[in-house]
Design a protein around this ligand. Structure first.
Ligand code: SF4
Ligand code: SF4
Length: 327
């Protein structure tokens, strides 16, 4: 994920009186967040740190080298933002009602970064919190903090799983100077013997994880190999799409949701945020339209969309790879 644009709350002096966590959660709900949890700003669990380091050492981050940067700060919120006492994790539902073929669910509507940052700033202002908000904008292990703040657990497919709802959430974090009057507990992992996401992955990008000692984190994200994942190969990857991946693209040319869709916990309700819904223009695209897409049409179709991350050339590479696999 991209790491830029840190946004800072401009309010001046911090208050050291504990904040009512229920008030923060109620305001988060009012602002459209489906879930909100909080944890003391402590170093990341040592087992997670070790697993993450191993994952990097094995090269499973592919060429997303920004994931290697600022390791110490990534693993301690107080080093990333001095004076942080609380981490607040927020989740915004993007479960789609209607879907344009070929494009990952999360990218059907407008890019989520600005909207989430704006809502998180509003939350800080409404409560009087002092600190910073992050949406893929700094070395913050967002799924770890979502787990640590009690929102769900990290499934075998490496995404946050919210029980009986699934993984269709954008995540954001607040690092704030205030303490809360109550904190949330991490959720136990309930993947158990399920392997539906592993079985659904056409690329073998997910392997059965080792249970960590104590089972507190349980299976977590580091059994996932970006180098084999269609999401990585069609979004972050700037090189060619390997032949093996081309043959597996079948229903997608931007991202992949097969492991998300396979999870028995997926029972989302459609997002209430109109900005995250696909436009009629996008919904009406046909395979022929995609293959004949011009740069001008691309600009119009994806104005303000996360699909811009692949750029026109990258998207056309994907489209050609996808349709060439039809033989
Ligand atoms: S997004 Fe697709 S390719 Fe990547 S791990 Fe999930 S199922 Fe496999
Ligand atoms: S499909 Fe099964 S193993 Fe995979 S994340 Fe969901 S519950 Fe866990």
């Amino acid at each position: 994920m991209h790491e830029q644009n840190q946004k800072e709350n401009s309010a001046a002096s911090p208050s050291y009186k504990p904040i009512a966590s229920d008030c923060v959660k109620a305001e988060a709900r009012r602002l459209g967040f489906a879930l909100c949890g909080m944890a003391p700003a402590e170093p990341v669990d040592a087992r997670y740190v070790d697993a993450y380091r191993r994952w990097l050492d094995e090269g499973r981050q592919a060429d997303m080298h920004y994931l290697e940067n600022h390791f110490e700060k990534r693993m301690d919120p107080r080093l990333l933002v001095e004076g942080t006492r609380t981490v607040i994790s927020l989740a915004f539902n993007y479960f789609p009602e209607r879907v344009a073929d070929g494009i990952a669910w999360y990218a059907q509507g407008r890019d989520y970064h600005d909207l989430l940052r704006e809502r998180m700033s509003q939350l800080m202002d409404a409560i009087g919190l002092h600190g910073r908000c992050f949406v893929d904008t700094a070395p913050v292990p967002e799924r770890y903090w979502a787990w640590r703040c009690g929102l769900g657990w990290i499934g075998k497919h490496s995404q946050l799983v919210v029980p009986h709802v699934g993984s269709t959430f954008f995540l954001g974090e607040l690092f704030v100077q205030e303490e809360m009057d109550a904190y949330d507990s991490p959720m136990s992992n309930h993947c158990g013997r399920c392997s539906k996401c592993i079985d659904a992955c056409p690329m073998g990008a997910i392997t059965e994880p080792q249970l960590l000692e104590g089972g507190v984190l349980g299976p977590e994200s580091h059994c996932f190999d970006s180098r084999r994942c269609l999401s990585y190969l069609t979004i972050e990857n700037r090189g060619d799409i390997p032949a093996e991946a081309k043959a597996m693209m079948s229903d997608t040319f931007y991202g992949c949701d097969r492991c998300t869709k396979a999870c028995p916990h997926l029972h989302g309700t459609p997002t209430a945020e109109p900005q995250f819904r696909p436009s009629q223009e996008l919904l009406s695209m046909t395979p022929t339209d995609w293959q004949q897409l011009t740069p001008e049409q691309y600009q119009s179709l994806f104005k303000g969309s996360a699909v811009k991350r692949a750029k026109y050339d990258g998207l056309m590479r994907n489209i050609k790879s996808r349709f060439s696999s039809d033989g």
